[in-house]
Design a protein around this ligand. Sequence first.
Ligand code: MN
Length: 246
Amino acid sequence: MGSSARNRALRAAAGGGIDAEAVVAEARALGVMGWVRPAGEVHAEGAPDAVEALVAFLGEDVPTERARVEGHEQFAIRGVSAGVFVVQEHQATAHHYDFRLEVDGVMRSWAVPKGPSLDPAAKRLAVQVEDHGMGHNDFEGALGDGGVIIWDRGTYEQGGRVAWPEALERGHAVFVLHGAKLRGGFALQRTQGGAKPQWLLIKRKDDEARPGSDITAERPESVVSGRPLAVARPSSGPPARDAGRP
Ligand code: MN
């Protein structure tokens, strides 16, 4: 990449029917960063000559407008599924939601004590846990003294300026969820490393954001059975440590 001070960014509207793979190949050959959507929108940034060359490649009379240089480190296809996500509500010793994203054939996983939120002001602690296999995504039922429901699931798109999985390794990953309950842009931001890295799961401000909402309370049901998680009550032994809490 050249000096970012000399870089320029353009948004182009090439229209549908664009060959996204060909645009990516050309951008990479030119050293241009940014993204292309199959619907035809292109964000190109880099050396002005290279950006102009990419726009010329898109065709004559493609409308363009100046854009902010965002510091992209890749040229990616946006608006396509990168895989599946699942959120499994899990009553174990502590109640939590397991948030899992498919990355390179495994499910990267975080335990979110309060669950995800559609409120951009709600920064939810997400403790990174071990990767799970794809086969676990379909599991709901009794587990130990508790149980698991599939609280939400769907597909997701990778976003941000940095390629995945490096974005996760660097501790800042942006993505778009297409679930039954969770929709729109989210970010995972690592706040603490170590054996059990801590992250924050944050809804980004977009058309799907719902300030002040509480999606886990509004929509407690399994997306598979339609029923909420049955909270197991121990039939014998000492009461749970958190018994009596609201
Ligand atoms: Mn769990």
